[in-house]
Design a protein around this ligand. Structure first.
Ligand SMILES: Nc1ncnc2c1ncn2[C@@H]1O[C@H](COP(=O)(O)OP(=O)(O)O)[C@@H](O)[C@H]1O
Ligand SMILES: [Mg+2]
Length: 260
């Protein structure tokens, strides 16, 4: 596996609503590896995801974010998405009037190609999923959601699986998943775990996974595990820490193992 850097957070400071949330985080992500970001509630994990994606409410006040060596902090969310970064939200919004299958067809390059070939037009005409997408709906058990407005009345598990599928359809180079396992029952957890492992094994995606699930992280064989606490990276290790972390909890684990 190459050890080429793809994404770097450099002394990243981020404010939300004028309040400092991230207080100097430096992390290097290498191409096609799997990273876990863990930490207590409210420590800043989702803020890292949103800052990488470029949400305007999250202001970088110091430091930088480099993607393939280029600073992206002045780029819009759309520009970052086009460059190959995708985020599955922890709490995605309901989008009334937009059907899940139509939306997924719009963001999926292969569907766009089918449509372009057929009609010679770009977007607007997309009404057909590729066989891969049709299969994907089936595999993630979300066929029943195809014709529904996005997230409208979806259960917690359905939201997670639909978010994951949207991100997969983008075929990003860097995939950020914010608690892809929250609210999942055992069977869905396995399904999501298996799907993530397939992506890992295909070796074409850098995965940054924010989670509390030891199951997902051990199953996925995360290459590195970072612990975030109060807006700082306070531990940098590998998946072998997970049993101890689960047993001791963050507070005690960090008392014994904190960086510096
Ligand atoms: N838009 C915002 N405005 C004000 N405070 C925010 C905003 N977003 C997040 N925060 C605060 O930043 C802290 C970290 O939040 P978050 O990154 O969501 O934590 P985590 O994902 O680790 O649970 C929390 O105290 C949260 O209330
Ligand atoms: Mg969060």
């Amino acid at each position: 596996m190459s050890s080429e850097k793809i994404l770097s957070l450099i002394d990243l400071h981020v404010n939300a609503d004028n309040t400092p949330i991230l207080k100097g985080i430096s992390i290097e992500f290498e191409k096609n590896r799997v990273y876990a970001i863990v930490g207590p509630n409210g420590s800043g994990k989702s803020t890292i995801a949103k800052a990488i994606m470029g949400f305007p409410d999250y202001k970088v006040t110091r430091g930088d974010i480099l993607y393939k060596g280029e600073s992206i902090i002045n780029k819009t969310i759309t520009e970052r998405a086009r460059m190959g970064i995708a985020l599955a939200f922890q709490n995605p919004p309901v989008i009334k009037g937009v059907k899940l299958d139509k939306f997924i067809c719009r963001i999926c390059r292969d569907c766009r190609r089918i449509s372009d070939n057929r009609s010679g037009r770009h977007l607007g005409e997309i009404d057909k999923c590729t066989p891969d997408l049709t299969e994907g709906f089936k595999k993630l058990l979300i066929e029943n959601l195809k014709n529904r407005d996005i997230n409208d009345g979806f259960s917690g598990g359905e939201i997670r699986r639909s978010e994951l599928f949207q991100v997969i359809s983008l075929k990003p180079e860097v995939m950020i998943l914010d608690e892809p396992d929250s609210g999942l029952d055992y069977d869905s957890l396995k399904l999501v775990g298996r799907t993530l492992k397939e992506i890992r094994n295909s070796g074409k995606t850098t995965m940054i996974i924010i989670t509390h699930s030891r199951y997902i992280l051990e199953y996925l064989e995360a290459d590195k595990v970072f612990i975030i606490e109060k807006g700082k990276k306070v531990f940098d290790g590998d998946k072998t820490i997970l049993p101890q972390l689960e047993e001791l909890g963050y507070k005690e684990f960090l008392n014994r193992n904190k960086l510096r």
